[in-house]
Design a protein around this ligand. Structure first.
Ligand code: ACO
Length: 342
């Protein structure tokens, strides 16, 4: 096998129910003008009865396989980036079972809104190591499960969704993962958390056992905002330096879709025109691990991102965690990409 990892296909699966800002304002004390001006969000998809993380992720995985023209049995690895699993023991194996990928190892990877990028980089390491030939990297979250619908400071931000990207080993000229950086800072974990509840059940005389169950999402929005506008430009600069790339060479900036103001601030820091910054926040809000592949898939489908395009991507969020990757889109059929910059 070659030394590269080619990005050959992407597919999104979104829940059908769209909830707009006006509808939310009938449930909680908020309004469309506030949400749009502070975040850029106009609507989000919310999973309904019978829709689960497994069903969403499976739909994305199945469609990505079809788009790549692969049989399920060709897959060696399925990585599911999620913070909202159906099963704490792992949701990826359920997806693997549902699509019939009998040869594939499947496991979940949790890094909140950095999850997809961390999973793509992880798959890339297995591929470069020669143990995996074909993988599906899925970003899927159903954070609506963990929202306090009475907390207007968080409930307006998040939505549900899933998307999958098919990646395979290739020779170096088709390599689509040209460089990456990853960071974590657990000292700031409380800025954004979804923690285990401190509930206990009596077990023996004088002893109790912790009872499973989680709180709802807690966020210090201003601290997370400051973190994002400081660390995302810094990690992108690290990425550009390490790959010998300039901001002018980038075709697209593909950031985690958390807040339009963050996207604009990062673009301005690199003097990247806003039309080269991919954004679908208005329609979907923050779908956590799903935002980057959802956005990539949409831009590939509408023809903005074309085979050979150079994309700087950055994920950031709870953990705190953040990272960046320089990507070259390959496209179905493995279109031959130009050589890497630098
Ligand atoms: N509707 C109306 N008013 C609101 C709402 C709302 N939905 N939410 C808050 N307000 C009010 C507040 O109560 C406050 O009122 P006050 O001045 O009377 O006290 C006022 O608006 C300002 O509140 P702030 O919290 O200061 O608003 P801010 O401008 O910081 O915007 C926001 C809040 C949008 C959350 C912003 O801080 C942000 O985007 N932070 C980053 C979030 C993020 O990027 N998360 C990504 C990671 S997600 C992950 O990893 C899972």
């Amino acid at each position: 096998m070659g030394a590269g990892i080619a990005l050959v296909g992407s597919v999104s699966a979104l829940q059908p129910v769209s909830v707009c800002n006006e509808q939310l304002s009938s449930r909680v004390d908020t309004n469309d003008a506030w949400i749009r001006s502070r975040t850029g969000i106009a609507a989000r998809r919310i999973a309904g009865p019978g829709e689960t993380l497994t069903s969403l992720a499976t739909a994305a995985a199945q469609a990505a396989l079809e788009q790549a023209g692969w049989d399920a049995e060709d897959l060696d690895l399925i990585l599911l980036a999620t913070s909202s699993p159906d099963d704490l023991f792992g949701t990826a194996p359920r997806v693997q079972g549902a699509i019939g990928a009998r040869q594939a190892a499947a496991f979940d990877l949790t890094a909140a809104c950095s999850g997809f990028l961390f999973a793509l980089i992880t798959a890339g390491q297995y591929i470069r190591g020669g143990t995996v030939g074909r993988a599906l990297v899925i970003g899927a979250d159903q954070l609506s499960r963990w929202i306090d619908w009475d907390d207007r400071s968080t409930c307006v931000l998040f939505g549900d969704g899933a998307a999958a990207v098919a990646v395979e080993a290739c020779e170096e000229p088709r390599n689509g993962l040209l460089g990456f950086k990853m960071h974590s800072d657990g000292r700031r974990a409380d800025c954004l958390s979804l923690r285990q509840r401190d509930d206990h059940v009596p077990l023996l005389e004088g002893h109790s056992s912790q009872k499973g169950g989680f709180e709802t999402i807690h966020m210090n929005g201003q601290e997370v905002y400051k973190f994002a506008v400081r660390e995302v430009p810094a990690v992108l600069q690290e990425l550009l330096n390490s790959t010998g790339t300039t901001a002018e060479q980038l075709d697209w900036l593909l950031l985690h879709q958390a807040n339009q103001r963050i996207l604009d601030a990062v673009a301005d820091r690199f003097a990247i025109p806003h039309e080269r910054v991919l954004s679908n926040l208005a329609r979907y809000g923050n779908t956590s691990a799903a935002t980057i592949p959802l956005m990539l898939d949409e831009a590939v489908r509408d023809g903005r991102v074309r085979p050979g395009d150079l994309i700087a991507s950055s994920g950031f969020g709870a953990g705190l965690s953040w990272g960046a990757a320089l990507l070259r889109w390959g496209g179905p059929g493995g279109a031959r990409a130009p050589a890497a910059p630098g």
